[in-house]
Design a protein around this ligand. Structure first.
Ligand code: UDP
Length: 195
């Protein structure tokens, strides 16, 4: 595995990202996953907090075509693009295949979007154990309730779809609630899975 710097941000190159996540899961190794694209690197240039969070993330994958082009140019070798939504989908499939009974939580999107996405995945992979969902638009009081729910449920995989940079900052601030979980910022993936 290799770690490269792209405009001051780390990017990890490995053959199989979902395999790596599976190992984190099996060892209860708390992990924050960032899926990096060009738009995000530009945001990070103006937003120091976002840059700091990406620096500290445990896994930063080359999601966007621009980032992959840059890496190819820099390394003069083939670099495989790994779109975040694909990583999330592969990871769910691996969890189902291994029958790990992993507790999964979906957070983000408009009302019912995360719940509909969860229903979609439970239909695709009946063995998945999605223990809860929460929409991404709510009051501060509701956010406290969500934090309590997460602390109590201790999901092992938490997908956060609030868009960039909201989801990255939210994960950095809240990952202590479930220190052994794998937290992944998934952007608009819930919208796509919910149809
Ligand atoms: N979103 C949310 N709460 C907010 C703002 C956005 O849950 O306060 C959700 C929005 O409904 C959408 C996702 O965040 O599902 C952002 O998707 P987008 O594709 O814009 O994210 P990107 O990956 O491009 O940052």
């Amino acid at each position: 595995d290799v770690k490269i710097s792209v405009l001051g941000l780390p990017v990890h190159l490995m053959a199989n990202y979902s395999q790596w996540l599976l190992e984190c899961l099996q060892h209860n190794r708390g992990t924050h996953v960032v899926t990096l694209n060009a738009e995000m690197t530009m945001q990070a240039e103006r937003n120091e907090s976002l840059a700091a969070v990406i620096q500290k993330a445990d896994l930063v994958i080359p999601d966007g075509a621009g980032v992959v082009l840059y890496l190819r140019y820099l390394l003069r070798q083939a670099v495989k693009r790994c779109p975040g939504i694909e990583l999330a989908e592969n990871f769910l499939a691996e969890i189902g295949q291994h029958q790990l009974d992993t507790k999964i939580f979906f957070y983000g999107g408009a009302t019912e979007v995360a719940a509909t996405a969860a229903a979609f995945w439970e239909q695709q992979i009946p063995d998945l154990n999605i223990v809860g969902t929460h929409s991404g638009y709510h009051s501060p009081e509701e956010e406290q309730l969500l934090q309590q729910t997460l602390a109590q449920l201790q999901p092992q995989v938490i997908f956060v779809g609030l868009g960039v940079p909201r989801q990255e900052l939210w994960i950095a601030k809240n990952r202590h609630l479930c220190p052994q979980a794998i937290w992944v910022g998934v952007g608009g993936s819930f919208d796509i899975w919910s149809g």
